[in-house]
Design a protein around this ligand. Structure first.
Ligand SMILES: [Zn+2]
Length: 281
């Protein structure tokens, strides 16, 4: 009886590169920012048109043993967070929770079941089986370059192939996940626009944290991680996403994961996720 109960509460997490995170319990699965297709830096610089590579998506998902997804949540609609939304949604007939920009990117990417599109707004709580996902909007921080470029919204369907720059941000969100007694913070952006009390009121046992474009290590540690009381922190968005997805990732220029680990000292556990590897939460 006890082991059956533990099984029901067990969550398996898989990081799939950039800020892609698949969470699964015995019954349901959620996939945040599912992006497998990674255009090169030259595609961006020369304004080449890009599109989701469905065969590549299928191949990698099979190799990760990801065979179900009920819900996809997209944090913002830059291409490195949204490009494969339709490919993954179609594969599993998953619902897509995102902004209007994300919806228009999904439709333009060939999303078959438009009834599966759900518009997100700050403060909502969405239940997917035993998962409850709180939607939290981040305000723009003009200092952070990552959130400054390709801003605006896709108010119309963005048909693929399309240029990298045409995937506009459409507002940036983080998601706070409650699952029975477990609390997981999916925090793909390194913005600290909320004060410490915001994080204190959302304790997290596990925090999946995008560390690209952070103001400083101290900023992330003092203003997000420590107030949330996170015991285990999993850095994301440190991989060079201009290179094709691989099991072993190269660091993105300037992100300096090693320095972040050193700065953290021993105040919490940093677990660097390996692409596709199952982590039990
Ligand atoms: Zn990004």
């Amino acid at each position: 009886m006890l082991s059956a109960q533990l099984y029901a509460e067990q969550i398996t997490a898989k990081w799939t590169g950039i800020t892609g995170l698949h969470l699964s319990d015995a019954k349901n699965s959620i996939y945040f920012d599912p992006v497998i297709t990674r255009p090169s830096i030259w595609d961006i610089i020369f304004f080449k048109n890009i599109s989701s590579n469905k065969k590549l998506v299928d191949r990698w998902l099979a190799s990760f043993n990801i065979d179900k997804t009920d819900a996809i949540f997209v944090s913002h609609s830059h291409a490195d967070h949204s490009l494969d939304t339709a490919s993954v949604a179609n594969k599993f007939n998953a619902k897509v929770y995102g902004t209007l920009s994300t919806h228009n990117i999904a439709i333009g990417g060939g999303m078959k079941n438009k009834k599966n599109l759900v518009l997100i707004e700050h403060g909502q709580k969405h239940r997917i089986g035993d998962f409850v996902v709180e939607v939290i909007k981040l305000e723009h921080n003009p200092i952070i370059a990552n959130f400054q470029i390709f801003s605006g919204e896709n108010n119309e369907v963005l048909k693929q192939p399309a240029s990298y720059a045409s995937f506009k941000m459409g507002g940036a969100y983080v998601f706070y996940i409650m699952h029975k007694k477990k609390r997981i913070f999916y925090h793909p952006g390194a913005l600290t626009v909320y004060d410490k009390s915001f994080y204190r009121s959302r304790r997290s046992d596990h925090m999946f944290l995008g560390i690209a474009s952070r103001k400083s290590d101290t900023d992330l540690i003092e203003n997000i991680i420590l107030p949330s009381g996170a015991k285990k922190v999993y850095p994301m968005h440190h991989d060079n996403f201009f290179k094709p997805l691989a099991r072993k990732v190269d660091d993105l220029w300037g992100v300096n994961l090693e320095q972040f680990i050193v700065s953290s000292g021993s105040r919490f556990n940093i677990i660097v996720p390996q692409v596709g590897e199952a982590i039990l939460l």
